[in-house]
Ligand binder design. Sequence first.
Ligand SMILES: [Zn+2]
Length: 128
Amino acid sequence: MPYNTRMDLNKKLTPEQYKVTQQCGTEAPFSGKYYDHSEVGDYICVCCDQVLFSSKTKFDSGTGWPSFSDIKKIESVKLIDENSYGYIRVEVRCKKCDAHLGHVFDDGPTNTGKRYCINSASLDFIES
Ligand SMILES: [Zn+2]
């Protein structure tokens, strides 16, 4: 997959996007372009363009990161248990290109019970 070489990504991504997706970084809260974004459409992986989230499941969690109650297609991501900072978190990665997206928590406000807390830097947006 030629788009997925580190060198190509270096050219395609901003330094912030590279740090978040390739080095498991976290953008500062309230700094990203999508936490306060309510257009209708799909959020895609900034690295490989795979569709990840729909604006229909986006909600304002007050955390300063884009938050979703569900994945558009659950098979498009992989979830990894991460034991760090003394507690267990579940990391969310793009299944296609392995980009780090964010984390998922079990305190979501809708019937899914999930809160996908995702970095704006991991996402791009397609209006529909
Ligand atoms: Zn991807």
